[in-house]
Design a protein. Structure first.
Length: 302
């Protein structure tokens, strides 16, 4: 009996042992597969996160590059009084807003480079704001005096027309020397006021040109300061985006651009100075002498 039981147990073990081994092997295989799948999922998650970060960084840095160009343009336009203060403020706000996004996603080297540029941009705007206000005041004075010149010119033309009518009446035998003398005095007063306004406007133009010339060096120097900071910022951003960059080569490129820009600016300003002059307002021709009392009135040219 015992031999029969032992023989049955041995037979059972012979049957179950391969099955147990196979099951153990399947368990190990499943465990390894699970580990590999988990590793693959983690890697896929890391790649997806990295892709999202790269995409976000790309968008932020492209916006920052646009902001840098806008900042340069804003500094370059600070002495242009045809650009409104509202446009200047809008440009500055847009620039600072785009640069601020770098603080959220940039690495330390990029943050430092952008911070240096932001500080330099703010300093440039502050240094050029006072000359801008002075130019605006001078330009306002020029325009106000131009309005006075137009009014005085119209007044002279009015008195000339009055004297022409008086000449016609004098030719018809209705000469009134006192009226003609009054017209003459009014005309001379308007002419005097015209010449005084023209002198004041010429002085205002001279003052405006001097302010612009004195401020031009400051503007050029500030633009050069901003230009010097760009290679480091560009190199840091390209490094984060895994783009190769030679800092020395980039620096040389930006220095060449800065030199050409400075030369072009100076030439343009010099040409403008040669062409710009005080507005030339031609007063009406001088009146002929008044006729003697009772004499014929001289004819006034049309």
């Amino acid at each position: 009996m015992s031999d029969t039981v032992s023989s049955g147990l041995l037979h059972l073990l012979e049957v179950l042992a391969p099955a147990a081994a196979a099951l153990f092997g399947v368990g190990l295989a499943n465990r390894n597969s699970a580990k590999q799948l988990a590793a693959q999922l983690r890697e896929a998650a890391r790649e997806a996160t990295r892709a999202r970060e790269f995409s976000a960084r790309r968008e932020v840095y492209l916006d920052a590059a646009e902001a840098v160009a806008t900042g340069h343009s804003t500094v370059g336009g600070m002495l242009d009084v045809t650009i409104s203060d509202a446009d200047i403020r809008s440009s500055v706000n847009a620039t600072m807003g785009k640069l601020a996004k770098v603080n959220v996603i940039g690495q330390v080297s990029t943050l430092r480079a952008v911070a240096d540029y932001t500080c330099a941009l703010t300093d440039a705007l502050l240094k050029l704001w006072l000359p801008r206000v002075q130019l605006q005041n001078a330009d306002r004075t020029v325009r106000q005096l131009q309005a006075q010149l137009d009014a005085h010119s119209a007044e002279q033309a009015r008195w000339i027309e009055m004297m022409k009518q008086a000449n016609v009446q004098a030719a018809a035998g209705k000469n009134d020397p006192q009226v003609m003398q009054m017209f003459q005095r009014q005309f001379e007063l308007a002419q005097k006021q015209f010449h005084e306004a023209a002198r004041q406007q010429a002085d205002a133009f001279t003052s405006k040109r001097k302010i612009h010339a004195d401020s031009l060096e400051t503007q050029i120097e500030q633009l050069k300061n901003l230009q010097r900071l760009l290679p480091a910022a560009l190199a840091a951003a390209r490094s984060e985006m895994e783009l190769t960059v030679d800092l020395a080569e980039v620096t040389e490129i930006f220095e060449q651009v800065a030199r050409r820009g400075e030369a072009a600016t100076r030439e343009l300003v010099a040409q403008a100075e040669r062409l710009t002059a005080s507005p030339q307002q031609k007063p009406p021709p001088p009146l002929p002498p008044l006729p003697p009392p009772g004499g014929p009135a001289p004819a006034l040219g049309r």
